[in-house]
Design a protein around this ligand. Structure first.
Ligand code: ADP
Ligand code: IOM
Length: 342
């Protein structure tokens, strides 16, 4: 492979940090799972509008390809290669009263973490057989949960198209055919090995074999952030007793996209801000101050509809889970205050 032909439209952090010199040093290297730099950067080359544009194939990718991953991680999370990740899953340390008790602005709250099994490569380089094995291990484990986490696993293979579409439309299930994941090799053998587990109320859900092997999700209507966090923490604790996840002292939970390292947590609200969205400069000055990211109504790479946005914590590494949710809570509280005064 020769050095990629980046155009002015390639805006990702990968395009920024993959200099000719870095590329020459990394080309030809392979992790124990056979993952190469060409595979790692393919999504960012194929999709100039990628924000990050690079994926890992396994934990070793982060060390073998460190000259590319380290500056990306440093810029995205503000986390240097000397730093160590830290964790705090204690809901009593979260200072998060409902920022919208009268339900005027916040439509729903969702907090998710990504997880990957310690003994398997990441989805970008997993084989079909291994993916099936992951599906089996995770779905069987989930079906042993009880209480408010008790539910059923619904594989994508054989799912009625109408049911699938309504789960996607209602924000419960990942979409099909994502071009960023496609180029990263994450859609290979679609739809086999993929699926969703959820409880009856659809307040606790787990995606299997999407961008990460597990996306563990707690969500509900309204702005009771603390309740959503408490449910997620109880699920994480139950799952940790039953499965071993890929984790490093330096990078925390290992995920296929470097944006998700560390806590792998994205805490978001769907929020209606009809006045503030007319002044994007002011809107972004508040989200930047609280380290928040603005997404559209159907998730990453989608656009907003009717002044409704998905606002979430941006940093996930080098800060604790409590801090991730606190960032989101504090920012949302200020956004609502400003919207009310406009
Ligand atoms: P991820 O959260 O796993 O990074 P996406 O950004 O693609 O992935 O979002 C996945 C789905 O979750 C999308 O349908 C999105 O609209 C939905 N979602 C995200 N935040 C919320 C929320 N606060 N309330 C309801 N749905 C949400
Ligand atoms: N990995 C994906 N969630 N995203 C950060 C892709 C990108 O925009 O590069």
């Amino acid at each position: 492979m020769t050095y990629p032909n980046f155009t002015k439209d390639h805006k990702s952090l990968m395009a920024k940090y993959l200099t000719k010199e870095v590329f020459e040093n990394l080309k030809g290297l392979k992790t124990k799972n056979g993952f190469t730099i060409e595979q790692a950067i393919k999504s960012g080359i194929d999709n100039p509008d990628s924000g990050i544009g690079v994926y890992a194939g396994d934990e070793e990718s982060y060390t073998l390809f460190a000259p590319l991953f380290d500056p990306i991680i440093e810029e995205y999370h503000g986390f240097s290669k000397e730093d160590r990740h830290k964790s705090n899953l204690n809901p009593s340390e979260l200072n998060a009263s409902n920022p919208d008790p009268s339900n005027r602005y916040i439509i729903s709250t969702r907090i998710r973490v990504g997880r990957n099994l310690a003994d398997f490569p990441l989805g970008t380089s997993i084989s079909k057989e291994q993916r099936y094995e992951v599906e089996k291990i995770v779905s069987t484990t989930l079906e042993s949960l009880d209480g408010n986490l008790e539910g059923r696993y619904y594989p994508l293979l054989g799912m009625n198209e109408e049911d699938r579409l309504s789960l996607v439309q209602d924000h419960f299930l990942f979409k099909a055919g994502d071009r960023f994941l496609e180029s990263a090799g994450l859609n290979r053998d679609w739809p086999s090995g993929r699926g969703i587990y959820h409880n009856n109320e659809k307040t606790f859900l787990v995606w299997i074999n999407e961008e990460d092997e597990l996306r563990v999700i707690s969500m509900q209507k309204g702005g009771n952030i603390k309740e959503v966090f408490e449910r997620l923490v109880s699920a994480i604790k139950e799952l940790e007793k039953r499965m071993k996840f890929a984790y490093s002292e330096h990078l925390g939970y290992i995920t296929s996209c470097p944006t998700n390292l560390g806590t792998a947590m994205r805490a978001s609200v769907h929020i209606s801000l009809p006045k503030l969205c007319k002044n994007m400069e002011l809107f972004k000055s508040i989200t930047n101050k609280h380290h928040l990211q603005i997404r559209g109504i159907h998730g990453e790479h989608s656009s907003s509809e009717e002044g409704i946005y998905d606002i979430s914590n941006k940093r996930r590494l080098g800060i604790t889970e409590v801090e991730c949710v606190q960032d989101m809570h504090n920012g949302i509280t200020e956004l609502i205050k400003v919207e009310e005064n406009l």
